[in-house]
Design a protein around this ligand. Structure first.
Ligand code: NAP
Ligand code: GLV
Ligand code: GLV
Length: 323
């Protein structure tokens, strides 16, 4: 009889992680080239001891009950707003995420969006390919300087601080808002300010808080109206941190100058009107999307599963479980 523990991943993972899991466990994964529906995941979860989930998978108490006997659910993401942490803790189930390995790539993505918006790069690329480049001109396609401007960072954790590190190289003044003071970002010269002051004084505002009750629509209509008309909003955190409908209106009406988004309120759907705005740069949730990082994220998720299913603790656990 095969007594090996059962592990399931809701997507195929890059790198060697799946092979490592197969050596020790009865490992299966979703072979489809798409995310599972909630009902499909519920079915797959039955009888599993370890599950690797994506940020789009809803991991709630009901799913945990369907997976009776599950010991760990390892999210293939650093953000875990898709998971009910209390429900897991009550049931003695470990949850884990994939911090640190994706910090630099996600900060690079935020900075790419800053430059893309300020210098109008996607718009310029579209124009050039469409044969509309008729020659250099003093007032042709002017953007806004990034160097020397003020960057406002909302949420100065791992990724927010990594964005600040990049901004230092661009000679930017940095202000930040976080619910607690952060030494690492202050050591880079960032000044702690209220969110109100940050919004009204920054040329570029970049959001890096996790999604939770307190941060849902943190950037709402009033916040957008308090920003400079020349300012740019960057969101690589989670879509619902920004009121996307209010943002579309702000971009249409010149309340702010531009926005660079990697995340959306109802992924993969976009708010009405967003995709026709020239002053929005839109990426399909690619913050951690490099070959290198996605492989490392898979390794961490696998290590967490291996450790817990062998009686240990997850290396990057989210909750504490009484055993
Ligand atoms: P982190 O190190 O935990 O940083 C989050 C920061 O936000 C912390 O400094 C935290 O402050 C602060 N914060 C939390 N709640 C707050 C609130 N209500 N008001 C003000 N500040 C608050 O996380 P990270 O690794 O930098 O990741 C940040 C987020 O980025 C993730 O949660 C995820 O949603 C998103 N992300 C997106 C992508 C992508 O592909 N676009 C990739 C990776 C991550 P404390 O220190 O006081 O708790
Ligand atoms: C991606 O969005 C993550 O949270 O890792
Ligand atoms: C622009 O190409 C310049 O030389 O200033």
């Amino acid at each position: 009889m095969n007594k090996r523990k059962k592990v399931f991943s809701s997507r195929k993972l890059p790198g060697m992680a799946m092979e490592r899991l197969s050596e020790q466990f009865d490992f299966t994964y979703n072979h489809l080239d798409r995310n599972l529906t909630y009902e499909e995941l519920l079915e797959e979860a039955k009888g599993k001891h370890g599950i690797i989930t994506m940020l789009s998978d809803r991991v709630d108490g009901n799913l945990m009950d369907a997976a009776a006997g599950v010991e760990i659910i390892a999210n293939y993401a650093v953000g875990y707003n898709n998971m009910d942490v209390d429900a897991a803790t009550e049931r003695g189930i470990y949850l884990s995420n994939t911090p640190d390995v994706l910090t630099d790539d996600t900060a690079d993505m935020a900075f790419a969006l800053i430059l893309a918006c300020a210098r109008r790069i996607p718009e310029a690329d579209r124009l050039t390919r469409n044969g509309l480049y008729k020659g250099w001109g003093p007032e042709f396609m002017l953007g806004r300087s990034v160097s020397g401007k003020t960057l406002g960072i909302i949420g100065a954790g791992r990724i927010g601080t990594a964005v600040a590190r990049r901004a230092v190289g661009f000679g930017m003044d940095i202000v930040y808002y976080n619910r607690s003071r952060k030494k690492d970002v202050e050591n880079l010269g960032a000044k702690y300010v209220s969110i109100k002051k940050l919004l009204s004084e920054s040329d570029i505002v970049s959001v890096h808080v996790p999604l939770g009750k307190e941060t849902h629509h943190l950037i709402d209509r009033a916040a957008l109206e308090s920003m400079k008309r020349s300012s740019i909003l960057i969101n690589t955190s989670r879509g619902p941190v920004v009121d996307e409908k209010a943002l579309v209106e702000a971009l249409e009406n010149g309340v702010i100058a531009g926005a660079g988004l990697d995340v959306y309120e109802n992924e993969p759907k976009l708010a009405d009107g967003l995709s026709s705005l020239e002053n929005a740069v839109l990426c399909p949730h690619l913050g951690s999307a490099t070959r290198e990082t996605r492989g490392k994220m898979a390794d961490i998720a696998a290590e967490n599963i291996i450790s817990v299913l062998n009686g240990g603790l997850p290396k990057t656990g989210i909750n504490e479980v009484a055993k």
